[in-house]
Every structure is written in structure tokens, then in C-alpha cells.
Design a protein around this ligand. Sequence first.
Ligand code: DAH
Length: 329
Amino acid sequence: MSNLETQLAELRQEAQQAIAHVATLEDLEQLRIKYLGKKGSLSKVLGGMGKLDATERPRIGALANEVKDSLQMDLDQKRDMLQAAQIEAQLEAEALDVTMPGVYQLQGRAHPLTSTIDRMIDIFVGLGYTVATGPEMETDYYNFEALNFLPDHPARDMQDTLFLPDGNILRTHTSSVQIRYMEENDPPVRIVMPGRCYRRDTVDATHSAVFHQLEILAVDEGLTFTDLRGTIKIFLETMFGEIPIRFRPSFFPFTEPSAEVDVQWRGRWLEVMGCGMVDPNVLKAVGHDPEVYTGFAAGLGVERIAMVLHQIDDIRRLYNSDLRFLRQF
Ligand code: DAH
């Protein structure tokens, strides 16, 4: 065997082994360049052809071509294999198991007090009311005096007020917003006033030192107690459906006559609001003539209404942020 023949045989063997062991397409390409490339091993071997005897040349040339073709075939085969394996691996990695349980994302939701306030507002907005708000820190004037609570009048005892060091108070009810609104707006007035209120109450199943009210106020010419009653009835029936309602005579300094409204819940009467015809002194305090205008107002307890709506037995559940409880709503 001539020297070149040996070289070609060795080259073929070496290349075949290398191709057999290669594991990636990139490495395979490197091998192709190394053995069959322009400056590759095969070219180098063939560089020696010139020195060959003319009778030898065709035979060696044919052998070189055969080596080249067979290596090219090995390379092609290996490339197909590696490509198939790559696709296989990709398919496996991206496989979607549609029977796998999903990842459950807990969704946030409105607190039952917030959603109750929203529902209440919606009903009054549907009746033509607009929303008004006021500060939670109030002066004695807006919380009491303008609402016809006389200084040192025992009516102030009804509301266990939290006093601030500067002489202001935390509002005990949303009725203060009535005054603030009427100071700025002439009749006709139809407003709904949601908000947080504060009292020095000992916390128990039905009392909380922080609670929510939703106040309504209508002032116009010719409003009567019938309008108040009809409005309250429509509100309660929209909120709860057909439900027994009771108006009970009561007293508030800022309304005359005054009433409290109960709904029947779990076999007993539960008070859900105070209401009445706006006292002439309140209209005078904001500069409206009580001979021309009359009005009605109501203060609804949001917690009470949420409790009836959702069958909640203890007001404290609405405040201790137990998600196991809150997620039900
Ligand atoms: N402000 C009263 C309270 O907190 C509730 C109330 C009663 C509001 C009668 C009213 C009303 O607007 O007319 O106890």
C-alpha cells in the first residue's frame, strides 16, 4: 500500500470514530470543517497527489473521492440523528400536561363593608341622589351645634364622643356632612353621605368604636314624611327583598318628627337606621327658610345592614381581618 493510501485509510477511520462520538450539531460542523473543509485533513492528504506516479494517480484519486463521499454520508446521517434528537428533546421539554391541576391564583375582592356601602349608594343614586363626603375629624359645631344639639343638652349623652386634645372631635355620625353640604349648596338637595364614624363604645357583638354610616338628605319644597317613608321602603326592599319593616317613634335633635326603622331578622326586630323630617332649626342654621323648604334625612348603620345581608352574627368579624371569613363574600 502506498503512503497516501495508508493516510487516507487512517483519516477515514479517525473521522468515522470522531463522528460517531460527537454529541452536538456544533461539534459535528467542526468535524466537517476539520476533515472535509478547504484546509481540512483530506485536502492536505490530496496535496501530496502531485508527487504521485501518473499511473497511481487515478486509483488514489478514486479512493480519495470514495473516502470523501463516505465521510460526507456519515456526517449527513449523524446530522439527521442529532437534529431528530434535538427536536425530540424540545418536544419533551415543552410538553403540556393538560391533566395537571392548575395553579390557583387567589383573587382579591372587596371587603363586605365596602361592597355593602357600594350597593347602598347604588340604590340611592338610582333614586337621583349624588354622593357627598366630609371630614372624620370634626368641630363641635358641625357634629352637634348646627344639628340642634344645644350645649349641655342631655341629647349629647346619646353619643359617646371621642374628644381630641385640640378640642376637635372624631365625628360621631355622618349627619355633620348634611350641614357642610347645605352651607355650600342651595335646595333642592338630594345627597347620600357614606363614611366612618367613631364612638367611645365598648366593643361587643353589636358595637364597635369605629363603624360606618350612610346618611341621606333631601331638602326641597313640599317634602313630607310620606316621601321619607316611601324612600326608605324602596331602599329596604331593593336591598333585602320583601322584608317586614317597622317605623318606631324616636327622638333626634336634628329631626322632628323622628323615627327609628327596624327590619325583622332571625325572628326579632333589628334597628337599621334613624330618620326624620329635618328640624327647622337645622335649616335655619344653614340659612334656608323652613317656611319654604322641608326635608327628610336618615342615618343608616352600614354594619347592621351588612350583617342582615350576609347573615353575620358578630360585628367584630367585619373588623378582625380573618381572610378565612372574608373570602366567603
Ligand atoms: N345621626 C344619628 C345617629 O348617629 C342617625 C340619624 C337619625 C341620622 C336621624 C339622620 C336622622 O339623618 O334623620 O344616631
